[in-house]
Design a protein around this ligand. Sequence first.
Ligand code: GLY
Ligand code: MN
Ligand code: MN
Length: 449
Amino acid sequence: MNRLASCRTRGRKMIDEYAERRTRFTAQLNGGIAIIPAARQAVRNADTEYPFRQNSDFFYLTGWPEPDAVLLLVPREDTYVSILFVRPRHRESEIWTGRRLGPEGALDAFGADEAYNIEEFATRLPALLVGCRNAFYDLGHDDAMDRIILSAVREARNKVRRGGWAPHQFTAPGSILHELRLFKSAHELATMRRAAAITAAGFARGLEHSKPGIYEYQLQGLIEAEYRDRGAQALAYSSIVAAGANATILHYTNNSELLRDGELVLVDSGCELDNYASDVTRTWPVNGHFSTEQRALYEIVALAQREAIAHVRAGTSFRAYHQAAVRVITNGLVELGILQGGVDELIEREAYRPFYMHSTGHWLGLDVHDAGAYTLGKEYRLLEPGMVLTVEPGIYIQPDADCDPRFRGIGIRIEDDILVTSDAPENLTAAIPRDPDELEARIGKASSA
Ligand code: GLY
Ligand code: MN
Ligand code: MN
């Protein structure tokens, strides 16, 4: 089946979903024009390119899978029209680098009102800008595109010297679009649940193959192969597979060292399915047995996560679940003698920060750190049904920390993807074991079989 045919099989339902998103977006544009470019194909080295990944805003509004494209949403009378500029069909290019859908595909399979060759974008744009006071365009991300837009605005202003409007204001489209992206549709949630299930299979494979003497990258390879095997097209971000004290480096991605007997391994990894991310962390003992100190710290993080998840409820402040995690972690560190003093006072002066220095989570969706404001005005916003966020408390005892040496070099994080509902929070990644006994029971089972 060629790509156009395969897009057609997505059917009316998907075309309608994207059209509905565009309608909700344009309803808030007040007669402004929106200019949303696709991602560019990025060069990796010499004539080799990175795998293409569509720009999330552009994808959200179009579903269009190719580079070198621009979406225009143009006001006309009482409505908006969607115009896609895309790469034209080209027999020879398609033989070398892959099939293209062309403007005809943009009309048929993607429901654009009008579609043109991307090479016509710069010449058609000035006339389309006439009549619009405001342009919703993200200046400052792409110099070449900025130049085209600014030159078209200049030309449009020249055209309206004797009356009429051309844009005299630029607004970031994200100010509207990212609020829409924050609330996931049924279709988006279905995709995120599938991404979560694939990620669960990857972690299951990693757990079952864990043992001392393998390298971090080997564990990474097993997990990521499972994602690919189950149809995920990409990773949502570079996997962190951090054994021993590497787990105290928050963004460790070298993944080059050995898993050693007696150490923990922290795995922070998630697949990307149809451009939707999952983002999971588990930490487990390489040899299948938590030491006393490892388990003591693990239990604190696990409790912090349970408490935090319980605060992921509609009507609760975004900040509340972080505060819940901080309280459990601070209290636990006091009980273990790693911090000394009263819990309230330690929280007040952020004494936990050498051991817990990141926030407890972020929005999740098309981007792993997904779009959407965390505050409205000066206040953290209230959670609402349809938002998806991560809950990822951790404790990181640096190798030179000022504490009982038995705790040094231990890093633990537990991370799940949580949907805010009108009732109890739904853990999309609940299938991945986090109970310490269950983890112990699963570790290394494949290698001993
Ligand atoms: N893996 C990135 C994060 O957890 O935020
Ligand atoms: Mn993560
Ligand atoms: Mn995360």
